[in-house]
Ligand binder design. Structure first.
Ligand code: PMP
Length: 466
């Protein structure tokens, strides 16, 4: 069946109604949902997606920071179909394995920093982080240091929504009226735009590092297992830490036997121009790197925890009869997901997608910065294909617009009217495209955004917010 025929078979109204009646959507505002339901996205091709009515949009968010190689890659679909018909699923527990998972583990070890050679598979980013914390606790238990349990995370970090991953997450609105586990201490986010008045970026870095040292002092290194951070904080606002922050944090962690975990669920697989950003961009050698999203470019659910040789030596020490590493998911190393990931990685390498990001990324940054003249645009930040625009009411005071102005939603809606999907997150708009955007696409996108910000300013004025 061709795509055209498949599309013709959808009944837009029927789907919209079924969705509204039955689908509990993640991260959805029910006041909007009850009023207007959802936009159904039904088709995709390269940098474009199409809704059920046939409206075509440039995808400015790579699905959800994940479709790194772009949409509609027939060869990934084919690799998955071949695997699904040859052997869709079999256990990886109890000394069983499958070919795509084995090949992928070896490929990840080859691509990752030299000391990370062991892979634990999960189903996505949350489960990768969740499994990681269990493994970290297990590691210290095995070392005879069972008090080392607390995890240091950061305000506004996003690490997922399983109970543990949500507890690591530091975005207050995400956990609003949810409970979290008392295993995590949140340090300050590294937010250069909103750093204390009069502080240079270097002083701000000192300030954040001091806070870490004081926190370790207060809690006691004997009680702290790990520090977890996104190399660039994503959903929390695309926050780029001050120069040297990550490597200084890692050095302090090392000195206190605190494991350093990099959550590269977003930054991995090319978004910053490298398969892994930790070492290549931030000069850190994490004990653990977690990946998901771009690992399979979203063609199938998959996450992975990459573990250092030192940690593996402890985790894999035989425990005597009956002792097994009792953790894992039915779908750890799912053959179809791993087949998708292997083909995805092949495409990234073959097409020089990291190189494209290194070439077009700085252009995207510089062109987005031309939007700074708009009245609400307070900050334009990020790196390469991971960018955000922060909307404010006043550029000098950096005061925010009231929540009810829904400025991020307004900008996103104006962009969507003009054929571009970007992501609203509170007063922010996030741009995290497929990694195949060219300079021409960047020009088209920035022209749309220019109009969208102008229209937003007009509508905010008309509604009395500016
Ligand atoms: N870590 C980071 C940095 C993320 O951005 C996300 C998802 N946006 C996750 C973890 C959770 O991944 P998932 O939604 O696949 O569970």
């Amino acid at each position: 069946m061709t795509q055209q025929q498949a599309k013709a078979s959808y009944d837009a109204q029927d789907l919209w109604q079924k969705d509204k009646n039955h689908f509990i959507h993640p991260f959805t505002d029910f006041s909007l949902f009850h009023e207007k339901g959802c936009d159904l996205i039904t088709d995709s091709d390269g940098i474009y997606v199409e809704d059920v009515h046939g409206n075509r949009f440039i995808d400015g968010i790579a699905g959800l920071w994940c479709v790194n190689v772009g949409h509609g890659r027939a060869e990934i679909g084919q690799a998955m179909a071949e695997q699904a018909t040859r052997m869709a699923y079999f256990s990886t527990f109890n000394n069983l394995s499958n070919a795509p998972a084995t090949e992928l583990a070896a490929k990840l070890a080859e691509l990752a920093p030299a000391h990370l050679n062991h892979v634990f598979f999960s189903c996505g980013g949350s489960t990768a982080n969740d499994a990681t914390i269990r493994l970290v606790h297990y590691y210290f238990n095995r070392l005879g240091k069972p008090t080392k349990k607390r995890i240091l995370s950061r305000t506004n970090a996003y690490h997922g929504t399983t109970y543990m991953a949500a507890s690591l997450t530091g975005i207050a609105s995400n956990n609003w009226q949810f409970d979290t586990l008392d295993l995590v201490t949140h340090l300050s986010e590294a937010n250069c735009y909103r750093r204390p008045e009069g502080m240079s970026e270097a002083e701000y870095c000192d300030h954040l590092v001091d806070e870490l040292e004081q926190t370790i002092e207060r809690l006691g290194a004997d009680n702290i297992a790990a520090f977890i951070a996104e190399p660039i904080m994503g959903a929390g606002g695309v926050l780029v830490a001050p120069q040297g922050y990550h490597s200084r944090v890692q050095a302090i962690c090392r000195a206190n036997e605190i494991l350093f975990i990099a959550d590269e669920v977003v930054t991995g697989f090319g978004r910053l121009g490298h398969f892994f950003a930790s070492e290549a961009v931030f000069d850190t050698q994490p004990d653990i790197i977690n990946v998901a999203k771009g690992l399979s470019s979203g063609y199938a659910p998959l996450g992975a925890t990459l573990i250092s040789d030192d940690l593996y030596a402890v985790l894999s020490t035989p425990q005597g009869p009956g002792g097994v590493l009792s953790t894992g998911f039915t779908y750890s190393g799912h053959p179809v997901s791993c087949a998708a990931a292997l083909k995805n990685i092949e495409i990234i390498e073959r097409e020089g997608i990291c190189e494209n990001v290194l070439e077009v990324g700085p252009y995207l940054e510089s062109q987005l910065k031309t939007l700074a003249s708009h009245e609400t645009v307070g900050d334009i930040r990020g790196s390469h294909f991971m960018m955000a625009i922060e909307n404010v009411a006043n550029k000098t005071t950096k005061a925010l617009l009231p929540v009810e102005a829904r400025v991020g939603d307004r900008v996103a809606a104006e962009a969507q009217k003009r054929g571009l999907i970007i992501r609203p997150v509170g007063h922010l708009n996030i741009i995290s495209p497929p990694l195949i955007w060219t300079r021409q696409v960047v020009d088209d996108v920035v022209a749309i955004l220019d109009e969208a910000f102008a229209a937003t300013t007009r509508s905010l004025k008309a509604d009395g917010y500016l």
